[in-house]
Design a protein around this ligand. Sequence first.
Ligand SMILES: [Zn+2]
Ligand SMILES: [Zn+2]
Ligand SMILES: [Zn+2]
Length: 923
Amino acid sequence: MDYSKTLNLPSTSFPMKANLPIKEPEILLSWEKQKIYKLIRERCKGKKKFILHDGPPYANGNIHVGTALNKVLKDIIIKYKTMRGYDSPYLPGWDCHGMPIEHEVIKKFKIDPSKTNLLEFRKKCKDYALHFINVQREEFKRLGVFGEWETPYLTMDFKYETTIINTFFNLAKNGFIYKGDRPVLWCINCKTALADAEVEYDDETSPAVYVKFEIIDSLKEVVEINNKKSYFLIWTTTPWTLPANLAIALNPEINYSVINVKDEYFVMADSLVNTVMQKVNINDFKIVKSGIKGKKFEGLRYKHPFIDRTGIVILGEHVTEVDGTGAVHTAPGHGEEDFIVGKKYNLPPFSPVDDSGAFTSEIPNLTGKKVFDVDSEIIELLRNKGVLLLDEKYSHSYPHCWRCKKPVIFRTTKQWFLKVDNKDLRKRMIDIISKVKWVPEVGENRIKGMIENRPDWCLSRQRYWGVPIPIIYCAKCEKPLIEDEVFNKINEVVLKEGTDSWFIRDVKEFLPKGKKCSYCNGEEFKKEKDMLDVWFDSSVSHLAVLDGNRDLSWPADLYLEGSDQHRGWFQVSLITGVAIKDCAPFKIVLTHGFTVDGDGKKMSKSLGNLVEGRKACEKYGADIVRLWVASSDYKDDIRFSEEILARLMDAYRKIRNTLRYLLSNLYDFNPLIDKISYEKLADIDKYMLHRLSEVINESTELFENYEFFKFYQVIYNFCVVDLSAFYLDILKDRMYIYPANSLTRRAGQTVMYEIIANLARLIAPILVFTSEEVWQELRKKCNIEESVHLAEWPLVKEEYINNEIKEKFTKIIDLRDRVLKLLEDLRNNKVIGHPYEAKVILNIKDENDFALFKQYEKDLQGIFIVSQVILNKGDKFEIKVERADGAKCERCWNYSKEVGLDKKHSSLCLRCVNILKEIGKYE
Ligand SMILES: [Zn+2]
Ligand SMILES: [Zn+2]
Ligand SMILES: [Zn+2]
């Protein structure tokens, strides 16, 4: 007789091989048919809201694994919150304007926007953005991310653009907006201002000079010297900025020396005297006095080395002793720090340089000459004046234009600004920051520090593809018209026609009929030409998308982006939020690190180590990419490499096999009919339900704290350690050998069903496809939700908590581990083959332990998966293994002395003989 036909061997249509790259698109298709997202939305109606507001990615290029990481993290949270019973819609958005798209269009069509039809150029930019919105949308959907994909928000929508200009108006009317001089990074080749993010640092060799500036006032207050000439020694790598020198900055707390060289005195930082003197090749010098604090020199006047002008000594904390002389040449029109420190001393941002980088008539000798061409001329001039101590080549990292790769300069121009200190905005933002929850916590101090130190926000961009700064000037008196009637009219046109209208329509069409300048009665007007900083677009997303939207809510519960957004989106959103609504637009801000390759190198196009999201899905499957996201501690940089993915594939296989094994033993189990009540379960079953409860509790807590990588570990360990290596292994005997409908088998199935029904839901936010595959298998047996993504998050059943059994089994498992270790050794030494060939003899000394094990004496053989266990009370703890007694039963493979007692089935043990009788197979 073929006894294997009398066993209940596992069977399932759930495939072992996942084949995710093929299977996932099929599941996506079924979701689409089912209109799964719409179903979710309908079921959430009226529930408490949880709004994660999407930071709009830039509509430029395919998504890479870094973008995937961000979107998947968002999706994990939204799927979890949805299962927890929140109404958590996800409205994705795209950032559509700005330089990167402009740049790509210029490259692709080889056009110069300043020389083409602006509307045509803008149309090309718009099409470019739309193309990549479509590309990225498909790529995000492929990752299993649910959302309002057909109606995303776009920063170039007319309605959105209207919010941008209205926010600008609102800020302007409340005194936040002003036009002022300011040094900005400027490309003299592209004739445009550049944002910090639009410059690239690259090595550059510059002429460095040591120059002496003659002090006019006496140094008497500081040091007793005779009437010889005294000088400050400065060092600069941009000699062309010397014509704009207005001050010398010293650090108030650094110590300075006065040194004597022949009949001259020089002032410089104590710590730099030797280095500098060696450099300029002066060996014969004497330190007259040192340890003079920088603040002692404040207000001293000096002569400009080649222009008839005096400058003053000012103090600034930015002055260091790292290089140079500790006395810093200061041109407030040509540097950010110089501008800031100059402002404290009321120094103007003097910048005698035009758009093309040529000197203006303010510097007569250099008028018309380009800044980068005059360095040698200025050096000659200094030499002739006898104030040059040294000139040399200096190699350093210098900012270059993102677009043309040429070195850029700082230059003062008229720009529109947002005043960060208007109406106490800065202070209010800092107060409000501490009311927001920052995950991880370090984010709070990071953004606080940035807000404390940030300069006013320069809103002007000399660009083509963006929202124009909606300002109309009087052509006669040049005053901007900050007036409601003007703003209302502009708003009206833009809402209807978008911001292209700014370039199509005449200025008069944005003004009420018969408008005259309120200052000079002028009747001619002109439009501002600059665009708004693209960050201004995204800074109002909370107003454009959340505010007044019935399906969403303001403020958002959560913003979730890369940690660079402390400087970017979080900060600018906070500015508009606090300025307009006196409140942060978010309650929680969660940040993640950046994706790096296996060597820890930042991923970038130029390094060629960027992995596209689409390719990762094609190669591994979206669930593996999602598992990578979930398993990474996103607080730090996140590594992505072949090895990491291979390891995850292996982990995934283990989890999948556990799920499959559970399903394969449930083929004849109908939970409605076959379920066994809790009291009738074996203790080991109860123990597993207790473990399941622990896993649910831990998972819930970890999801609440956004600690997905710990959740991954919990699930992995539960599948591999608790289930695969323990419970499911032990269950095999009960599942296969006993009658299909026996209590012991149904009890095991009851627990297996509980486990898989909960496990499928626990992993649903992460393994969105695999959990659905499992769910559809479960649906074949009972009436559950159409999709796992419509199911609720598991709740712990109170009756499953059983600490007493947990305690007992902790001891039993500990004993089991020791027994298994010994069996393993014996197997390795070929003493036994299968563990069924073993008989385990336990000598237990501890009274309590003995009592406990005695209680489970009958079960131990099954728990150890051996044929026999002898339990003795011993005088020391000891485990011995001998060969099992009797012969191997052909049906259950256990060894037993009873094998052969039945004449008809002489190769079976009596247990199997009785089971055959029970199932009617005893012939
Ligand atoms: Zn440039
Ligand atoms: Zn006027
Ligand atoms: Zn048997």
